[in-house]
Design a protein around this ligand. Sequence first.
Ligand code: RFL
Ligand code: PHB
Length: 395
Amino acid sequence: MNQPIRTRVVVVGAGPAGLLLTHLLDRAGIDTVLLENRSPDYVLGRIRAGVLESSSVDLLTEVGLGDRIHAEGDEHRGIYLHWPGEKHHLDFVDHVGRSVWIYGQTEVTKDLMAARERAGQQSYYEVADVTLHDVDTDRPAVSFTDADGTPRRVEAEAVAGCDGFHGPSRGALPDDVRRTWERTYPYAWLGVLADVAPSTDELIYSWHPDGFALHSMRSATVSRLYLQVRPDEDLAQWPDDRVWEALATRLGHGEDGWTLQSGPITEKSVLPMRSFVATPMRHGRLFLAGDAAHIVPPAGAKGLNLAIADVCLLARALTAWLVDGSPGLAESYSDDALRRVWRCTHFSWWMTSMLHTTGDPFDEQLQLSQLRWVTTSEAAAAGLAENYAGLPIGF
Ligand code: RFL
Ligand code: PHB
């Protein structure tokens, strides 16, 4: 084992939560070491979220990471809600004065990795055997094996567990401290990325008796589309023609002259769906953020935005504590973050329940009634808009 590496905060996981946290701490003059078990190319190649709330864009802009979002992203005023024979635009700007931005998580990650590179701080990719030690003492540490096979140890004043749902950080909370809440759903999404211009100016969320469908996008030439499928769905049963046919049916091809353009599919995968919250998000000197602490189903477009909101609160808390000597925000971090986490958990569950068919005719009538309500009642539409466009980070 080499000499221990000393730093102020060791950050486990180089997803959006971990990378953004290191950037915010760097701006506050706090040194960090970043540990990631995958390669930079693997992290950059993952196709995930596509929608940024206005508060996420505001934060990224404020910390010098907004240039490409504003140049290459696409600002959307709202979304379409569609079900057979009906299509309604819900305008968030009219309802709550806030928009959302289409800017893929891969692009956010690229910007954050470039910022990390510029900061010149230590990052270790392709590490193994990451283990957290002594998080309930004032000398926490993380041991790991680096990409060359050398065992190493980082000693710090705090550990940030930003290592996603499958990382080791959450497990470092003692069993008698950690509490979890979970819901799994009896469906999944089949997601495709296609080289075709989007057939819509803003996202279409579509209810259909065959199952939910979503038309999203990544750019003027790349579309991202999803179909509700069974959790154990076999991708081999979904050749491209079948995917496009199902999308056309569910999204309303031919209704009021609207057509869905198809094109070459470049990626296809099945995404399982769950709601999950682990508390507390802080134990001793370990702080959890993003998917390490919570997972939402994607229909509310919240996963990435929640990760950003968590680390914004966490960076403020760690800065107040490590720079100004005020531990108050670090002590309240878990409660402060969880208020927003539970709001987004509820909203994501609510959107999911409204849009995914279950095969139960009673559920179907409730869903259609709810869709009519959110598209005709000002109050209901404003509620959806407020949650989708995003609550303020300090909510
Ligand atoms: P991430 O992005 O999972 O990053 C965690 C990082 O930790 C690394 N890691 C480790 N590092 C060191 N040692 C270990 N032992 C480690 N174990 C894991 C991982 O390699 C990874 O780099 O979590 P973070 O930063 O909290 O960010 C959260 C968001 O990524 C996530 O909420 C969203 O992407 C969720 N999500 C989606 N959200 C949306 O809003 N819209 C979407 O369309 C959407 N699609 C998705 C998604 C999540 C997916 N996953 C996780 C299965 C599609 C997928 C496939
Ligand atoms: C996406 O573009 O991947 C996306 C957009 C909205 C969602 C989920 C995923 O609700």
